[in-house]
Design a protein around this ligand. Structure first.
Ligand SMILES: [Zn+2]
Length: 464
């Protein structure tokens, strides 16, 4: 069972500090009043034993059950004294004694910081003069609000341990640099590369293309001598580029062996938003995450750029994308594959060639937005289109602005309409099943069930 590690060293202070203490009890019971006296006595004693502290005042609010800072007379007086420059430093017992909710705590701490006044929370061991304090404070304050003691104790312990070990803070990250005082400062030249990678990826460029270009231009890699695909993938997935930090991605098994373990749900994970400066726009980052999922080709296919937006007009099941490799009809090779009703419980009666669909969408988009797009890219598809309803010869586009339009699909020569095509394809699948036609590709649409038997994994289920 993890236990709370309380930092016992005193806050670092270079010169003499004018220190104030703040105490508060929340009820007016005699025992609590006594506890207030105890708190005050503790602070007096501490100040007296510190050579560099001048205890200027002890502010104490008692017997007030009000939760807002407004009703606390002494608290307000203390803030005024800080504003007047009479105080350098405030010590207080805990976050919950200082303020009752996250908003109050953080706004007060920020206000005090603007006056050059820092706060030391004794119980949590947080010093707002410390570079990471704000981030830690965000978490701590939310715990105080939730009053979720057991979780908070676990997490606090984990955070502190990792801070102590420097695992979260000292790792160098492309695009950022750290100083002794501040972490995650933006390294402009590297940040420009990070932005470029995200922009190009979101605009539909394949990771390998971006990678090759970086190598060709001799751009400094995140680590080592040459850019690697894994580095690029990690960069695109790293939440630190939007200023967020996910805490407890890993945890220490126990404090004796210090073994670091990936958190797979054993302990809660916390995301702290805007913990530091951002390099990448949040919207672009989110689109990049969706594209990553669509480009996940572990099932032998890539559902970019439509993902899971397309459904079968016959049965309503989500269509799946197939590369249609080795499937020629009338000598015609399918360039970008197609979308068919061959997923789980699909009816197998609809197969739409992606190029035909693309054309219908591009035409409608360019007409509406007076643009000249030549390929369908997820970033504008997602930004402008809410829903696409497929049919045999036309599609209905429901735009995000509330309008809708119908765009005709054009089938020429040996390009057939979806129902016709599925007939040919079903015939082809039958030949593959019976062994009359060989196909080296494992993951044919409509043959997913066999894959299911092979290794107990249905590719349609793996799609995200
Ligand atoms: Zn269907």
């Amino acid at each position: 069972m993890p236990k709370t590690v309380t930092r016992i060293e005193q806050p670092k202070m270079a010169a003499r500090k004018r220190v104030a203490a703040y105490c508060r009890v929340s009820t007016d019971k005699d025992a609590q009043i006594e506890s207030l006296e105890n708190q005050m006595e503790t602070f007096r004693y501490r100040a007296a034993t510190r050579g560099d502290w001048d205890l200027v005042n002890i502010y104490a609010d008692e017997g007030l059950s009000g939760t807002s800072t407004k009703g606390r007379v002494q608290f307000q007086e203390m803030i005024e004294d800080c504003k007047a420059g009479k105080i350098d430093y405030i010590i207080t017992k805990s976050i919950s004694r200082f303020a009752r909710n996250t908003v109050d705590t953080l706004s007060t701490v920020r206000q005090l910081q603007s006056y050059g006044v820092y706060v030391y929370f004794e119980k949590e061991g947080i010093d707002t003069a410390d570079s990471f304090s704000e981030m830690v404070l965000t978490i701590m304050a939310s715990f105080a609000q939730e009053e979720s003691r057991s979780i908070s104790e676990n997490v606090k312990w984990g955070i502190r341990k990792r801070f102590e070990a420097g695992q979260e803070v000292k790792v160098p990250l492309y695009g950022f640099y750290h100083t002794n005082d501040e972490l995650f400062l933006i390294q402009e030249d590297e940040a420009a590369i990070v932005c470029e990678v995200f922009e190009r990826f979101v605009h539909g460029e394949a990771p390998q293309v971006i990678l090759n270009d970086m190598i060709a231009r001799d751009v400094k890699p995140p680590a080592g001598k040459c850019w690697k695909r894994l580095q690029l993938d990690r960069m695109i997935r790293n939440e630190k580029y939007i200023g967020d930090v996910i805490l407890q991605k890993t945890y220490i098994e126990n404090h004796l062996n210090h073994k670091q373990i990936r958190n797979k749900g054993e302990l809660p994970m916390f995301r702290v938003e805007n913990a530091h400066a951002a390099i990448v726009d949040r919207h672009i980052f989110e689109q990049a995450q969706k594209i990553m999922a669509m480009r996940n080709v572990s099932n032998g296919n890539c559902s970019y750029p439509y993902g899971d937006i397309l459904c079968c007009p016959h049965c309503g099941k989500p269509l799946i994308h197939g590369s249609l490799n080795n499937f020629y009809y009338d000598g015609q090779r399918i360039q970008n594959g197609g979308w068919g009703c061959y997923g789980k419980d699909g009816c197998g009666q609809y197969l739409l060639i992606q190029n035909i669909l693309d054309k219908a969408i591009i035409t409608a988009y360019n007409e509406k937005y007076n643009d000249t797009q030549e390929t369908v890219e997820y970033y504008w598809l997602d930004d402008t289109i809410k829903e696409i309803k497929l049919d045999e010869y036309q599609i209905t586009i429901y735009w995000r602005d509330g309008e809708k339009c119908i765009s005709k699909m054009h089938f020429s020569n040996n390009c057939y309409s979806p129902s016709q095509y599925s007939v040919f394809y079903n015939d082809y699948l039958e030949r593959v099943r019976s062994g009359k036609t060989k196909n080296k590709y494992k993951y044919l649409m409509g043959l997913t069930r066999e894959k299911h038997h092979d290794n107990n994994q249905d590719p349609s289920e793996k799609r995200e």
